[in-house]
Design a protein around this ligand. Structure first.
Ligand SMILES: [Zn+2]
Length: 55
């Protein structure tokens, strides 16, 4: 699956980064995997709105 950058038309790259959410009162931080599309040519990025599983 590919996506083009709406700003420059370059093919964007899909990256996965991990967000750690610290909840007060909970010693275990919650880790969330966030998928994003980033453009290698400009600074444009957007969240990947397609998800596996819960459709
Ligand atoms: Zn771009």
């Amino acid at each position: 699956m590919r996506r083009e950058c709406p700003q420059c038309g370059e093919f964007m790259r899909q990256v996965t980064r991990e967000s750690v959410l610290q909840v007060p009162g909970n010693p275990q931080p919650t880790r969330t995997q966030i998928r994003e599309w980033v453009c290698p040519e400009c600074d444009y990025f957007e969240e990947d709105d397609s998800r596996d599983g819960d459709a």
